[in-house]
Design a protein around this ligand. Sequence first.
Ligand code: A3P
Length: 293
Amino acid sequence: MEIPPRPALFDFHGVSMTKYFTDNWDNIQDFKARPDDILIASYPKAGNTWVSYILDLLYFSHVSPDRQEVVPLHERVPFLEFYMPGFPSGVDELNQSTTVPRIIKTHLPVQFLSKSFWEQNSKIVYVARNAKDSVVSFFHFDRMNKAQPEPGDWSSYLKRFMDGKMVFGSWYEHVKGWWEKQKSHPNILYLFYEDLIENTEEELDKLCSFLGLSPSSESKKQVMEKALFDNMKNNKMANGSADAVLDFKISPFMRKGKVGDWKNHFTVQQNEQFSEDYDKKMKDTDLQFRTVL
Ligand code: A3P
């Protein structure tokens, strides 16, 4: 299939977006959520795929052991706002889904989420990752994803990230918006990528208790084993290789999976400028991130 030219970024109700996530807007806003839906929300590159994979394993590995081997993750966990000619839209996939629960991916900032999720009180897992590793991961992703705007060089990309001119808008507003929301919304579990890396088992226990699941220690062990970075990287159904718009000759989708890779990208000066600007943008929140472990 012919891949169309990279899309342009434009302002959409105050958030930078591309047509692939706004062209289906009315259907996204009118989407009918269910009380047993589980939404995995994040800013891009925070570990959404990892958590999607873990949840899919927790719910379906014993019912349908083949699922992980034959169905690409993006079909198992549809991407709510995704809309690209030639592919099924996220909304259509979800409306046709027969699984219970439906596990759903979104990158929408909190103010854009379909109101039905709030009305139905669906469970939401938000995954957040520190800004420095997020921008590095996003940069490499935009290089290899032909459905994203042209990234340009690293220093201009970093500037654009600081200005919030990225697909799905400002990282700062995204993580703060969902953080504020979870304070009054017990059906949101706010997780950090860094915690998942540092202590996967503890975070898995948090997830299970939030979702009301009690897997045996054997199945927990299996989930953790399958969700290891190298195992996911080697799984064609999870590593993005089933996705036509990704160019693996430029960069892998499962790239490094580490905390602190930003140190290999930021110059000393970029780090100083970024940190100074970060402190200003984050001074109105009690949300804290770790950039090293
Ligand atoms: P890097 O580019 O830093 O390697 P998302 O799924 O939200 O797009 O996030 C992608 C990031 O999560 C990538 O980061 C990817 O490598 C990382 N990731 C995915 N699965 C992982 C796993 N099992 N363990 C650690 N990191 C993982």
